[in-house]
Write a protein that binds this ligand. Sequence first.
Ligand code: MRU
Length: 369
Amino acid sequence: MKTVEWNFTTHKLQMIDQRLLPGTFEVAVFDDYRAVGQAITDMVVRGAPAIGAAAGFALGLAANQSAATTPEGLLTDLKSAADLLKKARPTAVNLAWALDRILNTLTPSPSLKRRGEAPPLPGGEGWGEGSLQSLRAAVLTEAQRIADEDVEINQRMAHHGAELIADGDTVIHHCNTGALATVDWGTALGVIRMAHKQGKNIHVLVDETRPRLQGSRLTAWELEQYGISYDIISDNAAGYFLSNGQVDKVFVGSDRTAANGDVANKIGTYMLALAAYDNGVPFYPVVPTSTIDLSLATGAEIPIEERDQAEVLSLTFQGQAAFPEGASARNPAFDITPHRLVTGIVTENGVAYPPYLENLRKVVNVKTS
Ligand code: MRU
């Protein structure tokens, strides 16, 4: 199954529970949008595109849950559901992007509002009878469109990115950016998958990705299934491998990329980029245009989520806590890699190279028919 999937028979949302992998494969089922918001916070589902898709379907649940008897009432309920969902995780822009995209398809344009005309509801209906059902259906249609597009966009990115990988390359990958971080296929891991599918012999050094171990738990699990050769490394070993010529390229994802090419991604990405830069190893974030936030001038404006210290303090060593009793910890979930360390940004519309201020805008604004 896909990571995030709407069940059209039960009208419920199904998501792979990523907290339990690799030991247990379990599908969590949701019929309440608030529970989906909590599942995003708790990282049942994680990865920027997957979070966006989940939030879209959560809005579909909110539409079904609403007791509104008028289209205006339903829109009010949907907006407050979207406000709640947007708070689930702050860094990944795909969350707000997906919710706003759906709401924008439902909200009358300002000019229609001014003229007091009925909004162009899907199916061409007005505010009359049947509108409530049309609105509910429209939420789900757009949520499904976002999910379907995600898979198609990932495969386009994968084709562009795979051109950067040569036969025999060893690459470092951070966190999990595969099928589990998206609806299906993946971003940075999708590029690696595509190169493998093209017959290139590649080896992946998998950063284990403290503290939640998305690398060793999820990326390694995916690589096993694809038959791609890998070794797990502790995050602090990356500099060693980069400095002694054992790595050809670095591929990572992004939760939000600013207009100047600064990249927010899983904590540890910045150190990885520094070590890659210092050793002349190309560093490529793989980023769908939905993750590029042109409204933010630099990465300094990207909100960074700080999670519970318990995630850092859960480590045990030889069966005992790996820290003294009463120890405290800090747990930022993401960091910002400045654009000067970024070789190129792979998108579904091609690879953007510096100057990013100019070239990111070009890839974002490519019109696809
Ligand atoms: O905290 P997570 O596991 O949601 O973080 C995920 C990442 O940092 C990914 O690199 C990012 O979402 C891009 S994945 C397609």
